[in-house]
Design a protein around this ligand. Structure first.
Ligand code: PLP
Length: 443
């Protein structure tokens, strides 16, 4: 958990426990930062988060106060009214459009599934994941991503990190090197740290990861993890020549490529490049997908497609790391896919996101911001000059859940950026309002 969230959590706890009384004033962010030995921006972020959730009030020069109604922790009426638990905050990344998910249909399918279950559904589920779901995913991948695989090659996992843990347990040894995109998806790095692997940052440019650089600096790495469809967070696609170069390197070095295809469903113009897995004659690619973006993240369901020769090794490791997604959830997803609802949902969401993206892009441009054009994905990057962390701290203090590109970097230096999502901006007016708030917060 990032430090600012830890601080926010401690403060909430102290308020709920009555250690901090409603109406009392908090130390200034500068004093608190000195007290805790952290950067001032970290405290600003924590305060900003709690203001957005209704726990704290900012009263200009007078300081930051515990909100008078913030006395009952999670049941705090102020926070429930102004920010119900789980409600998306403006620009919040990593969430699909929560308003557009067909919950009534989902509930019907799940209810029917529950009624159809027999006593045999009460036994321990398959450690590799429910076979009907694996079958449905294999069919989906064949049609949508030209990936030819058998259900036995699919391993369902409780989220992407768990998928990466299964990979490291099965294939990695301490000291093994892994290429990671820099900047790149920051939340997965702890898994490789935990496996005592050597993390090798490889810079990203307009064509995606610089494979040449990886080969030159870390030729013997045993793994490379990439987001080829839309690089996370920059949104560029890995070019076809680089895909070939990468695959050639993996074959000659006997290394494993991990293709994280987390949101490839969302592309708004142009024909998508084929996934590396679809070019994987030599069987060096481990493909990772998730339902977090295409359905919703609370499911905690992701999957791996592993090379046929590795099925047995992965299977052995599922005894230690079994699929813990509830059977009913897995069966419901399988029905949702097999009955065609998934296709329809994706089609609807592509339209919805392309509209919301345009709203936000236009609104940001009207405020004079420099938006980086992207062909797909569900987040945006804005170029900024100077210290992006400082700007983001200001925005967060105003309750806006943007992130700094610098926080996604490992060692690379480059221009600053602000990362954000548009998925939950439900109208053009709302997009204009949050863009204006962002301008006011950071100017
Ligand atoms: C780059 C990237 N990979 C994978 C995932 C999927 O994570 P999970 O399946 O754990 O929700 C995400 C989700 O935000 C992501 O941004």
């Amino acid at each position: 958990m990032p430090r600012y969230q830890q601080i926010a959590r401690q403060l909430k706890q102290a308020i709920s426990d009555g250690e901090l009384a409603a109406g009392s004033r908090l130390p200034s962010s500068r004093t608190m930062a000195l007290e805790l030995g952290v950067a001032r921006a970290t405290v600003e972020n924590a305060y900003g988060e709690l203001v957005a959730q209704g726990w704290l009030d900012r009263r200009g020069q007078a300081g930051t106060f515990i909100s008078p109604s913030a006395t009952t922790g999670a049941n705090n009426p102020a926070s429930v009214a102004s920010h119900p638990q789980g409600a998306p905050r403006p620009f919040q990344m990593g969430l699909p459009a929560l308003d557009a998910f067909p919950r009534a249909l989902w509930a019907r399918i799940m209810g029917r599934r529950l009624r159809l279950q027999t006593r045999y559904d009460l036994v321990m589920p398959e450690a590799q994941g429910e076979s009907t779901l694996r079958q449905a995913i294999a069919e989906y991948l064949r049609f949508s991503r030209s990936i030819d695989c058998q259900p036995e090659q699919i391993f369902i996992t409780p989220g992407f990190q768990a998928a990466m843990r299964l990979v490291t347990h099965t294939l990695a040894k301490p000291g093994d090197g892994i290429w990671l995109e820099d900047p790149g998806y920051r939340y997965v790095r702890p898994v490789f740290d935990d496996a005592k692997m050597a993390l090798h940052p490889v810079p990203v440019d307009d064509e995606g990861m610089q494979i040449e650089y990886g080969i030159r600096h870390f030729p013997n790495a045993r793994f490379a993890l990439l987001t080829p469809a839309h690089q996370s967070p920059l949104g560029v696609a890995l070019s076809l020549p680089r895909r070939r170069q990468l695959l050639d390197w993996a074959v000659s070095n006997q290394s494993w490529l991990i293709e994280d295809d987390y949101d490839s469903e969302f592309r708004y113009h142009g024909k998508p490049l084929p996934p590396i897995k679809s070019l994987d004659g030599p069987q060096r690619v481990i493909y990772a997908g998730t339902f977090s973006k295409s359905l919703f993240p609370a499911l905690r369901v992701a999957w791996l497609v592993v090379p046929q020769q590795q099925v047995e090794a992965f299977s052995r490791h599922t005894h230690l790391l079994p699929c813990t997604a509830p059977l009913l959830i897995q069966q419901t997803i399988a029905d949702f896919l097999r009955e065609g609802h998934f296709w329809r949902h994706l089609k609807k969401m592509r339209l919805c996101y392309s509209q919301r993206r345009v709203w936000l892009e236009q609104a940001l441009q009207q405020q004079g911001f420099d938006v980086v054009p992207q062909a797909g994905g569900i987040q945006l990057v804005m170029r900024v000059r100077g210290d992006d962390r400082g700007l983001v701290a200001k925005a967060r203090a105003a309750g806006l859940a943007v992130q700094a590109l610098s926080d996604w970097r490992m060692v690379s230096q480059g221009e600053g950026g602000i990362l954000m999502s548009f998925t939950n901006l439900t109208s053009q007016g709302m997009a204009q309002q949050v863009a204006k708030q962002l301008r006011e917060a950071i100017t």
